[in-house]
Design a binder for this molecule. Structure first.
Ligand code: PEP
Ligand code: MN
Length: 263
């Protein structure tokens, strides 16, 4: 099983006016887009803190079919408006091929989530897009499987790939997932692609997000994806692991104090 396109040569990915693979990129926002007000208020707070890319899912892959499934395409207009107001770039997850093009017309990066890392038709279709793709690690994916999933995108024409370590299932269930920070330098070396870390899903525990963020960037991660909600206690999804903007600001300050992020 050899990779043919991705190689060990270091690649930077240009998105809007930023380059991922140089200074650490900050991606942040709510787990789910819940309303126009929620998203815009969050985006404004994050812009002030220095975030580069606003996240917010409009399609939510939930374990229970009775939980909030996302606003769907309606949420796309709020992402667009939040971006227009703040100048932030945007990312959102797509789970079905049929929505890829419509979403790609609005957001700057398409996210393929952990549950869909093995969805080969989706990977092929995203490979045909002219749009950067953030590919999260499947929660039980080996390094080889994750690498090959990225190769699917490249083999279908899209080499603008950002990888995201988001924790894997292990024997231990103390944390939501077991954050595999060693995967960061491994995947950078094996694919040449930028690798960011999501300590929110990677641990599921608020108090662990700061130490894991600092460790990730100190260890060479190309950025962080962190869930932030203006009122975590009211969040429709993943409120327990969501930080307030001010808690998030403390992480950014700590990164700067440690000279891991430019002032
Ligand atoms: C997310 O980032 O919104 C998400 C669902 O994460 P994951 O795919 O890593 O579970
Ligand atoms: Mn979430």
């Amino acid at each position: 099983m050899a990779i043919k396109i991705l190689n060990k040569e270091k690649k930077n990915i240009a998105v809007g006016d930023i380059v991922i693979g140089q200074d650490p990129v900050l991606i942040s926002g709510p787990c789910a887009v819940e309303s126009r007000e929620q998203l815009i208020e969050t985006a404004k707070a994050l812009k002030d803190i220095g975030v580069h890319i606003l996240r917010g899912s409009i399609f939510k892959p939930r374990t229970s079919p009775y939980d909030f499934q996302g606003l769907g395409i309606e949420g796309l207009k709020y992402l667009k408006e939040a971006s227009e107001i703040t100048g932030l770039l945007t990312i959102t997850e797509v789970m079905e091929e049929k929505y890829l093009e419509e979403v790609a017309e609005v957001v700057d990066i398409i996210q393929i989530g952990s549950r869909n890392m093995y969805n080969y038709p989706l990977l092929k279709a995203a490979g045909a897009l002219n749009k950067p793709v953030l590919l999260k690690r499947g929660m039980s994916a080996t390094i080889k499987e994750w690498t090959m999933a990225a190769e699917y995108l490249a083999a279908n024409g899209n080499e603008n790939i950002i990888l995201c370590e988001r924790g894997i299932r292990s024997f231990d269930d103390y944390t939501r997932n077991t954050l595999d920070l060693a995967a960061v330098p491994i995947m950078q070396k094996e694919t040449g692609l930028p690798v960011i870390v999501d300590p929110s899903h990677g641990t599921g525990i608020k108090s662990l997000i700061k130490p894991m963020s600092l460790a990730a960037v100190a260890g060479g991660a190309d950025g962080l994806m962190i869930e932030v909600h203006i009122r975590p206690e009211e969040a429709l999804c993943d409120g327990k692991q969501s930080l307030t903007p001010s808690e998030y600001g403390e992480i950014v300050k700590a990164l700067k104090d440690m000279n891991l992020l430019e002032r």
